[in-house]
Design a protein around this ligand. Structure first.
Ligand SMILES: Cc1cc2nc3c(=O)[nH]c(=O)nc-3n(C[C@H](O)[C@H](O)[C@H](O)COP(=O)(O)OP(=O)(O)OC[C@H]3O[C@@H](n4cnc5c(N)ncnc54)[C@H](O)[C@@H]3O)c2cc1C
Length: 388
């Protein structure tokens, strides 16, 4: 039996692994990280690479190592390398620097020794722990389990886009790992946040003057995706005292700034628009139809029509709780508490049932609006290990 088993090897699961190894001194062969991907952080790498994102939105102290200044120290040690940059304001790390630091961390904690490739399909209690079943039928036993799966695999497709796709229209989601948009002379990007901005900039370099960004609201600037007050007691003290989980959900919704972007990205988009490289429409797509020569005609809420070669969705993720295809049975079997929004209610220690912990999106009713971010991963991992 393993001491610890982590389900999900993304930002959340790998942060947990690093805290277990470096703060609780768990041996690599006493811990398992299960993920369908062959190596850690695969979603993170693919998403950020697809967007052509040069640097993170979060500051330098948000990384996967328990030691807060580890990334800055790593940067100093590699000062001569091309990838070493922090971007003002808030010392936001270059993506390459951040990824190299993760690789260094993974080699320090020997994550390869703990990595098991597979998809968890069931979880049941066993003597002194948990029995974890993989889709292949393989079973593993562990004393403690952390579920660290995110929303990344539930892409949000608006209804009109689903209908268009069913008719064979050239529509893709920016985070779809299986399918890329076909380049057909012009493109419409749908979305108003940081992903839409990055995608628009990337496509405008390939198709200058042929890219249109359609956003439902004017571009909204926020440096971070929620107020930094949520990182500490300023807002979290009050949040933790809210007893009604419906109210907590409302507080999380009100605190998040979905569809927002840092000021320098807005400036880049506006400059690009001035130069005639992109167009920005405040509007909404209602319907899509295919017209001759594989072009698409978009019907917009304003009554306008737009003809384009393809549509790239930067519409984010479905906000429903992830993993419910297999978690539902677990919830039913052990009567595990969930709120009306469908999300689990773990204890403040993030324990949901004896020896079963949650991290990331699934723990947000305790960790608040930053739960899904790197800072949320750190906070969550700290809470979990603090009871050992
Ligand atoms: C483009 C982009 C930029 C971002 N930039 C920042 C930033 O600058 N700063 C910041 O703090 N946050 C940022 N975020 C937000 C956040 O840090 C990421 O979304 C983060 O990757 C979420 O981590 P995760 O571990 O929850 O999800 P994932 O990275 O998707 O990892 C979850 C893993 O669980 C696996 N999994 C799912 N189901 C199962 C199962 N049944 N069995 C086994 N494994 C399973 C998945 O395959 C996946 O590998 C950004 C997000 C995006 C998309």
């Amino acid at each position: 039996m393993k001491k610890w088993l982590i389900i999900g090897g993304g930002i959340q699961g790998c942060t947990m692994a690093s805290y277990l190894r470096k703060s609780l001194y768990i041996q690599a062969n006493d811990m398992v990280v299960i993920d369908p991907k062959p190596r850690p952080l695969e979603n993170w790498r693919k998403f950020t690479e697809k967007l052509g994102m040069a640097y993170l939105r979060s500051p330098s102290i948000h990384h996967l190592d328990p030691s807060p200044f580890s990334l800055e120290k790593f940067a100093k040690q590699h000062r001569d390398k091309e990838f070493v940059h922090f971007y003002a304001p808030y010392d936001r790390p270059d993506l390459q620097l951040f990824n190299k630091h993760c690789e260094e961390l993974f080699s320090q904690i020997d994550i390869e020794k703990s990595w098991v490739q597979g998809k968890v399909s069931g979880l049941t209690k066993s003597t002194k722990g948990w029995l974890v079943t993989l889709a292949t039928g393989v079973e593993l036993k562990a004393k403690n389990v952390v579920i660290a799966i995110g929303l990344s695999e539930q892409l949000r497709w608006p209804q009109w886009a689903l209908e268009g796709k069913a008719l064979g229209a050239n529509i893709a989601h920016v985070f779809d790992e299986k399918e890329n948009l076909k380049e057909r002379g012009s493109v419409v990007i749908v979305g108003g946040g940081i992903s839409a901005a990055h995608a628009t900039i990337k496509w405008s370099e390939m198709l200058p003057g042929k890219v249109t960004l359609i956003t439902r609201h004017p571009l909204t600037v926020h440096q971070f995706d929620s107020d930094p007050g949520w990182l500490g007691p300023k807002y979290m003290n009050k949040f933790s005292k809210i007893e009604c989980f419906k109210e907590r959900r409302e507080a999380i919704k009100a605190a998040r700034y979905p569809g927002s972007l840092p000021s320098e990205l807005k400036t880049r988009l506006e400059k690009s628009k001035k130069q005639g490289n992109i167009d920005i429409l405040i509007d909404e797509v209602l319907q899509v139809a295919t017209v001759k020569e594989e072009l698409l005609k978009l019907q917009l809420k304003s009554g306008e029509e737009l003809v384009t070669g393809g549509v790239l969705l930067a519409t984010g993720f479905e906000q429903k709780p992830p993993g419910m295809d297999w978690l539902q049975l677990l919830i039913k079997t052990y009567c595990l508490p969930c709120a009306t929004c469908g999300y689990p209610i773990p204890k403040p220690s993030l324990e949901w049932e004896e020896g079963l912990y949650l991290l990331g999106a699934l723990a947000e009713l305790q960790l608040g609006p930053v739960a899904r971010n790197i800072s949320g991963a750190r906070r969550g991992a700290e809470r979990i290990i603090s009871t050992f």
